[in-house]
Ligand binder design. Structure first.
Ligand SMILES: [Fe+2]
Length: 266
C-alpha cells in the first residue's frame, strides 16, 4: 500500500494569489504534474489540511478544478484555514456535509482514519469528547493495520513557537489541545498502528514516542523555519516545496520526501 502525503497548499480565491510571496496555485500545479508523472502508482493522495487560505467556496471551486487533475483519488483532513462544511460541499460534492468531517476507508486491508481537528482560524486544534470516545473504541489492540491522520500535531515538537505558541498569536500553540488524551486513546492500538500523519507546521518532522511513529508532510508552497529554541515562526523561502511518499509493506512503513524546484515565475 502506498500513498503520497501532501499538505498546506493554501490556495487562494484566484490562480494569481500569493502566499508568503509565492503563487500557491502554480506550486500545487507543479506538484500535481510531478505526482502524475511518477513511474509508479499510489493508492491515494493524502492532503492533511489547509487546502485553502480563507476557507471560501470560490477557493474550493478552484481547488476542485486543480486537484481533479491528479490521477489518484485524494483524501482530505480539515485544516485551520479550511471550512469543513465547504470543503465537503464545494470541493468533494457531498450534499449533506457533517459538522465534523471525520471519515475512514480501507485500502489493501489497512484502515485509514482521518479526524477533523478544526478549531476555527487559530493555530491550535481540538477534538471533541465524542471524537475522543470514538477513538478509544477504535484503538483496541486487535484489528487491521491502522493509520491515523489529523491536521494538528498531537506531540510537542521541540520548537517553542510550535509547542508553546508566540506573542503575535496570543501564545496559542500549534498543537492539538487534547494531545495527551489523544495519545492515551491510541496507545492500546500501538502494535497495529503504523503511523500518525499530520500537517500544519509546514515541515517534515518524524517523532517516535511510546513506540508510535508521528510524521508530518512539508508544504507544497513554503516551509516554516523550525529550529530548536526558535520562538517566532518565519517563512523559509530557500527551502523548496515538497511532498512525501509513504509505503507500507507488511510490518514496515517507509517515508521519503521529494523536494521540487519552484515553478517558473513563482
Ligand atoms: Fe494549518
Amino acid at each position: 500500500m502506498r500513498f503520497i502525503h501532501i499538505s498546506d497548499t493554501h490556495l487562494g480565491p484566484s490562480p494569481t494569489f500569493t502566499y508568503n510571496g509565492f503563487n500557491s496555485y502554480r506550486h500545487l500545479e507543479k506538484v500535481i504534474e510531478t505526482i502524475n508523472s511518477l513511474p509508479f502508482a499510489v493508492d491515494f493522495v493524502l492532503h492533511s489540511g489547509d487546502v485553502t487560505e480563507y476557507g471560501s467556496s470560490e477557493e474550493y471551486a478552484l481547488a476542485r478544478r486543480l486537484l481533479e487533475r491528479l490521477r489518484f483519488p485524494v483524501k482530505y483532513a480539515v485544516g485551520n484555514h479550511d471550512n469543513g462544511m465547504l470543503l465537503q460541499n464545494a470541493l468533494l460534492g457531498i450534499e449533506s456535509p457533517s459538522g465534523r468531517y471525520d471519515h475512514c476507508f480501507t485500502v489493501d486491508g489497512v484502515q485509514v482514519v482521518i479526524l477533523d481537528t478544526n478549531n476555527g482560524f487559530v493555530p491550535n486544534g481540538t477534538l471533541t469528547e465524542r471524537q475522543l470516545s470514538d477513538l478509544r473504541k477504535l484503538c483496541t489492540p486487535e484489528g487491521a493495520p491502522l493509520i491515523l491522520v489529523l491536521h494538528h500535531p498531537p506531540v510537542p515538537l521541540d520548537t517553542p513557537w510550535i509547542a508553546e505558541g508566540w506573542a503575535g498569536f496570543g501564545h496559542r500553540s500549534m498543537l492539538l489541545n487534547e494531545s495527551e488524551a489523544f495519545r492515551a486513546a491510541i496507545a492500546p492500538a500501538r502494535e497495529r498502528l503504523r503511523g500518525v500523519f499530520f500537517g500544519h507546521i509546514h515541515r517534515a518532522f518524524q517523532v517516535q514516542r511510546d513506540g508510535i511513529l508521528y510524521c508530518s508532510a512539508p508544504s507544497t508552497v513554503i516551509q516554516f523555519a523550525a529550529y530548536p529554541e526558535q520562538r517566532d515562526p518565519k517563512p523559509a523561502p530557500d527551502e523548496p516545496p515538497a511532498f512525501a511518499l509513504v509505503t507500507l509493506n507488511g510490518a514496515q512503513l517507509t517515508v521519503r520526501q521529494y523536494a521540487l524546484s519552484r515553478p517558473e515565475s513563482p
